[in-house]
Design a protein around this ligand. Structure first.
Ligand code: F6P
Length: 323
């Protein structure tokens, strides 16, 4: 193999840059040249690329976002788009591709593999919902960002004797809300995987007040139904009974930015290096992951077969910890 390409796709997250750096430097170390693709599959279809040498990926370890840019690309979901992408790769002389991204991006990688192009995937999404890895790149940093926000909100919540709804990302996945809720000492966690009625939320707030706590922190995943806005309006209607006044903070994209943590830099470096080596050594249609504190490899087909779910034991533990 003389040349490989690398791209980042889908929602960004901290750790993409150390991962691009690791893919590039490991490939160069093995005598293989590297093309960086801008804006994910969109740039691949349009041929928007640049050469990545060792210096091009220097000084990016501590930078959030992705130097290559990223996108969610509709055209690539069609076979026509996928064939156009393969044409670009062939024109560039790239004999393999490393795709860094979440479920949608890895599904795209699987399509390229099915069309016969050599691909290796790397899981990177703050949602931590990719099957076949204990943790994806970006999750640790995002969790620490959320925890910082929870700690700060708790200070003001306690001073004012208030309840707070804190909305985290997680369109389909409750991982971020659940883990930050447990680590941040939340009184309740609301996630898409577990149904919780509006009445139950009001009961928890009232009960927390009666037990003499100075605050009530409720961490809500973006994908929980019926959603934070419906919940806050319900709670406002019942404010006389609750004891606490209620406020809402939506964390939004602040969770996706920032310097990658030490853990994310190490994970990204290990996975990036392993993916480059696997591709050069002839692995096809696989994803490298981190399982039981070790590198692992599974077929992309299995990685994207279903979305990894939350651990119910952790949900139950968070309910016990809020006494
Ligand atoms: O998939 C990652 C994620 O951060 C989700 O948690 C969130 O719902 C979504 O991306 C937001 O996407 P966008 O940045 O395109 O609005």
């Amino acid at each position: 193999m003389k040349r490989i390409a690398v791209l980042t796709s889908g929602g960004d997250g901290p750790g993409l840059n150390p991962c691009i750096r690791a893919v590039t430097r490991m490939a160069l170390h093995q005598g293989v040249e590297v093309t960086g693709v801008h804006r994910g599959y969109d740039g691949l279809i349009g041929g928007d690329v640049r050469e990545l040498d060792a210096r091009a990926v220097g000084g990016i370890m501590g930078r959030g976002g992705t130097i290559l840019g990223t996108a969610r690309c509709q055209e690539f979901t069609t076979e026509h788009g996928q064939r156009r992408a393969i044409r670009t790769l062939n024109q560039l002389g790239a004999e393999g591709l490393v795709v860094i991204g979440g479920n949608g991006s890895l599904t795209g990688a699987l399509q390229l593999h099915r069309l016969g192009f050599p691909v290796v995937g790397i899981p990177a999404t703050i949602d931590n919902d990719v099957n076949g890895t204990d943790i994806a790149i970006g999750v640790d940093t995002a969790l620490n960002t959320i925890l910082d926000a929870i700690d700060r909100i708790k200070d003001t919540a306690s001073s004012h004797h208030r309840a707070f709804l804190i909305e985290t990302m997680g369109r389909n996945s409750g991982y971020l809300a659940l883990s930050s809720g447990l680590a941040g000492g939340a009184e309740l966690v609301l996630i898409p995987e577990i149904e919780t009625s509006l009445e139950k939320v009001a009961d928890v707030i009232e009960d927390t007040y009666i037990r003499g706590k100075a605050h009530c922190i409720i961490v809500v995943a973006e994908g929980w139904k019926p959603g934070c806005r419906a919940l806050i309006s319900y709670l406002m209607d019942r404010r006389e009974e609750l004891g606490f006044e209620v406020r809402l903070t939506v964390l939004g994209h602040v969770q996706r930015g920032g310097k990658p943590s030490a853990f994310d830099r190490l994970l990204a470096t290990r996975l990036g290096a392993a993916a480059a080596t696997a591709l050069i050594d002839g692995a096809r249609g696989v994803m490298v992951g981190w399982v039981g504190n070790q590198l692992s490899t599974i077929p992309l087909e299995k990685a994207v077969a279903f979305q990894k779910s939350i651990d119910r034991e952790i949900y139950e533990l968070s309910a016990v910890m809020n006494l």
